[in-house]
Ligand binder design. Sequence first.
Ligand SMILES: O=C(O)CCC(=O)C(=O)O
Length: 263
Amino acid sequence: MTVTSSQTKDYAEKGWIVVPNVFDESECAVLEEAALEVVQRPGPEVAREADGSPHVSWGMHLFDDRLAALTRHPDVLNTATELLGSDVFVHQSRINIKQTNGSIVEWHQDFGTYHRVDGIPEPKGIMIAVFLDDISAVNAPLLAVPGSQREGLVSTARIDDTVPDHEHVAKYRYDITPETMADLVGRYGLESIEGTAGSVVFMDMTVVHGSSVNISPLRRLILYVNVSTVDNRGESYERPEYYAARDFTALQPLAEDCISQFA
Ligand SMILES: O=C(O)CCC(=O)C(=O)O
């Protein structure tokens, strides 16, 4: 898969592209099986809903060979390196399984925490989102402000140690105020990011995004791989490895069948 000039233009202007049909049904099934196993881990790397069901599981590529292969699948990796013009490493990966009544994700920029907490110097990175369910307006799609990557960091630190949150992640949160959000949406608009299972989104890690509660009976499973250019390492080591990389080795692409071989 080669990035076209219109994709390069869209990525630069809007901040993301959606590439349909990157993974076929059997590859999606392999990734789904792996993800459903990893979210059952009992460790602190899994954040849960109030009823105990999993919501977000961090560091998936550290715990499963199939999900590690995903980070080096040529269609995923080569697209990211072409868009960034550099080799990359995985700064963070995660599974977000937004089941019925699955929680919101507040407006944020991934680069906010990566920069201020993990020490990533520059916004040279991509959030890769792999859809394992069909995602539309009905099952709480990602919502994002097109062009917001041009604003730099707009989020405000809200460090609150008293918030009862998963592993005190709240103390690392950088929120976007309602005023800032209204200003951004007034100037840039707001879009939902939809696609069928097997689609992959490549999003600049400074784009403002979030998602609302999933009140539908339809699960919404997305795997995220956040990569950064190899010259742009976060070396604060403040957070555990499942949130922030220790291995900065440039990823090398595997063969096209690196996921289907597990079928
Ligand atoms: O999957 C979602 O609902 C949002 C996830 C997200 O924005 C993130 O993990 O950075």
